[in-house]
Design a protein around this ligand. Structure first.
Ligand code: NAP
Length: 325
């Protein structure tokens, strides 16, 4: 089978198209023919071994491989069709269309992937094609996980910092579906797209600091690694909640102290990515409450180009690699 592999950490050119043996499903696994896979910011960070927060370096090096990547195939978020199932699989059957997450197993940048039947998998939304479906799980699972923690009430004001990225574009739509008024911060390139998603106020981070705005927020969801913690907390209303997708170590320590010394709360996590969340997203998409924003679809031989597109920060929406015909 075809697979996009990398044997060294480095620039996009380390990605190559290669032939690997087709996997065989074990008793409790499903073999999935991958049709499309998102090229994510996290894939690029792992390929280059460059992360926005420094504390992550050691745990990631131990997890991914000290001298070179232990698993040569990246890719966590995909859509496809069940090709065969192991003897003990009851959840899926050959021919089922799926979307989901391979999580830290990676391995979706290829024609076939084997996953346990209880991995984060769900039937593909009927209203999306395979490329669109592959663009959902990373951004939408993370956005839903964090925004649920904030227990957003209708009419609350929510600010999303880094709203134009994979997670942010879904966070805008999910917060709106929860009844919030949504403000967004990102580069000016993303302004039109974010207004089209329903943002009522846009801040260009190259010119404006949203914390200088006199309006305070019930919830701030921050995707930007080094955003000053104190500034974000000061921009919250009493009872406000601060959600951090990508926190430095010091911000994590301060987050534990914030509820002890103020009436505000702060939350950080690695989002769990559950089947229940994926099924909720499928329902929301089919009900027309949100849709993936697509930047471009690349063939597997142009995987390096797809990573460049993600890294040059000019994309408007998801970059997807099409593995299927
Ligand atoms: N906690 C978790 O479980 C979890 C899970 C997945 C990912 N993450 C992390 O979360 C982060 C966001 O993920 P993503 O996939 O959404 O990334 P992404 O697609 O790259 O989106 C980040 C967005 O933030 C914008 N941005 C950059 N600097 C900014 C600033 N100073 N102020 C406001 N906006 C700014 C970027 O715009 P530009 O074009 O200007 O750069 C981009 O639109 C990543 O670092 C990722 O590793 C965390």
């Amino acid at each position: 089978m075809r697979a996009i592999v990398y044997f060294h950490y480095g620039p996009p050119e380390v990605l190559q198209l290669a032939e690997l043996p087709k996997p065989v499903a074990k008793e409790d696994e499903v073999l999935i023919r991958v049709h499309a896979v998102e090229a994510t910011k996290a894939d690029c960070e792992m390929r280059a071994f460059k992360f926005a927060v420094r504390w992550i370096w050691l745990p990631m090096r131990l997890a991914l491989g000290i001298r070179r990547p232990r698993k040569p195939v990246l890719g966590g978020y995909f859509s496809g069709v069940v090709e065969s199932v192991g003897a003990r699989v009851s959840r899926f059957k050959p021919g089922d269309t799926l979307f989901g997450s391979a999580g830290m197993r990676f391995g979706a940048y290829c024609d076939y992937i084997c996953l346990p039947q209880h991995a984060t998998l769900a039937p593909k939304p009927d209203t999306l094609d395979f490329e669109q479906a592959a663009a959902v799980p990373l951004g939408a699972l993370n956005a839903l996980h964090f925004l649920r923690k904030a227990n957003i009430q209708p009419g609350e004001r929510v600010l999303i910092n880094g709203a134009g990225g994979s997670i942010g574009t879904f966070a805008v739509q999910i917060a709106r579906s929860m009844g919030a008024e949504v403000h967004a911060v990102d580069s000016p390139l993303k302004a039109g797209m974010l207004h089209a998603l329903g943002v009522s106020r846009f801040f260009d981070y190259t010119k404006e600091d949203f914390t200088q705005n006199p309006q305070k927020y019930d919830v701030i969801f921050n995707m930007v690694a080094r955003y000053p913690y104190g500034k974000a907390i000061a921009a919250l209303k009493p009872g406000g909640r601060y959600l951090m997708g990508n926190p430095p170590l010091l911000s994590m320590l301060r987050a534990m102290l914030t509820p002890l010394f103020s009436d505000k709360n702060a939350y950080f996590a690695f989002a769990g990515e559950t089947e229940e969340e994926l099924l909720t997203l499928k329902r929301m998409i089919e009900a027309g409450q949100m849709t993936p924003v697509m930047d471009g679809v690349f063939p597997p031989e142009d995987a390096a180009e797809a990573h460049r597109r993600v890294e040059n920060e000019e994309r408007l929406g998801a970059v997807v690699i099409r593995m299927g015909d």
